[in-house]
Design a protein around this ligand. Structure first.
Ligand code: DAH
Length: 357
């Protein structure tokens, strides 16, 4: 019995893997194993012999079984250690640099403009890009014969010759969102409406699709002074300069009366644009007091309410601020251009945290 114990305990201790261990278990304590066979011999013994041999064999069987399970545990731990060593990873290594996408200047500038006007209490409003020609023109006091309709190089949606429903256009400006906002919200009202607009035009500073942002404030006792202050605050914040001279130049738009175009002081010295200095003037937007007919089209009583409005080109002010010379490149999807002029996705523009830094 001592020989058996030595033989199996040594073999178990030396077993290299779980398969070898299982073989040993079958050989020793399996149904036809050496120790099981010995136990069967108990039946042939005298009762006295059996009383001595029975407990000894049982003790040996127990001893081998527990050696087997201890070894099995040990082999499992070793296998796990081995795997952990193989799968080891240094999480402190610097990451591999990947090319990240960038935020397009139009998106960046829309965010900047939205942040500035949100700070002054303007909400963002939206309207459809396929617009009824009533919202795009008539409601804005541009009747059918008005030259502005022709000037805007409008894209008309296709209609069958016998279709009598009113025509639809790709909106030529964001001004129809003024009408929709008034219809939807009534007065008082303070919104900006950034979005895509369309005109059949194509050269260095014109593309058939471009972006505008419209502003509209309707309230009691609104005057040109409010318009002027809001635009001055906007231009200072947007161009990130303290003092900017603005020039309000009398102009004409069908939807405002009086109307003004706004220029900013700038210099082109050395071929680069600097805002806020120099002797040149650059037009950046159109604006005015909302025409009473436009208020009425939006179901607002012009005897009780006044409003100011303005509209400017997002792409244009993006080109001015970030020195981008050709508008057409905005929409070419050229990766080299996007990497050069794009912005980091993690720099969200805020008025206090910085717009473009
Ligand atoms: N809708 C005009 C355009 O596309 C811009 C404009 C001018 C908008 C004056 C206004 C405004 O709201 O008051 O050229």
């Amino acid at each position: 019995m001592d020989d058996l114990r030595d033989k199996y305990l040594t073999a178990i201790a030396n077993a290299g893997d779980e398969a070898a261990l299982e073989n040993l278990r079958v050989q020793a304590v399996g149904k036809k194993g050496e120790i099981s066979l010995k136990m069967r011999e108990l039946g042939k013994m005298t009762p006295e012999e059996r009383q001595v041999m029975g407990p000894k064999l049982n003790a040996l069987k127990d001893e081998i079984n527990s050696a087997l399970s201890a070894k099995k545990q040990g082999l499992g731990d070793a296998a796990l250690d081995e795997r952990l060593r193989g799968e080891w990873l240094d999480v402190t290594l610097p990451g591999r640099s990947r090319r990240n996408g960038t935020i397009h200047p139009v998106s960046q500038v829309s965010e900047e403009v939205t942040a500035i006007f949100a700070d002054m209490g303007f909400a963002v409003a939206e309207g459809p890009q396929v617009e009824s020609d009533w919202h795009n023109f008539d409601a804005l006091n541009i009747p059918g014969h008005h030259p502005a309709r022709a000037e805007m190089d409008t894209f008309y949606m296709h209609r069958d010759a016998d279709d009598t429903r009113p025509p639809h256009v790709l909106r030529t400006h964001t001004s129809p969102v003024q009408i929709r906002s008034m219809e939807l919200q009534g007065a008082p009202l303070r919104v900006i409406c950034p979005g895509r607009v369309y005109r059949a035009d194509y050269d260095q500073t014109h593309t058939p699709m471009f972006h505008q942002v419209e502003g509209l404030a309707v309230d009691k006792d609104i005057s040109m002074a409010n318009l002027k202050w809001v635009l001055e605050e906007f231009v200072k914040a947007y161009f990130e300069v303290d003092g900017v001279d603005l020039r309000f130049r009398a102009s004409h738009f069908p939807f405002t009366e009086p109307s003004a175009e706004v220029d900013i002081r700038c210099s082109w010295e050395g071929g680069t644009l600097k805002v806020g200095e120099g002797d040149d003037w650059l037009e950046i937007l159109g604006s005015g007091m909302v025409h009473p007919k436009v208020l009425m089209a939006g179901n607002i009583d012009p005897a009780a309410w006044q409003g100011f409005a303005f509209g400017m080109g997002i792409d244009r002010i993006a080109m001015l601020k970030y020195g981008i010379p050709d508008l057409r490149a905005f929409f070419d999807s050229d990766l080299r251009w996007l990497r050069h002029y794009g912005f980091s996705a993690l720099d969200v523009p805020t008025v206090r945290g910085g717009l473009s830094r």
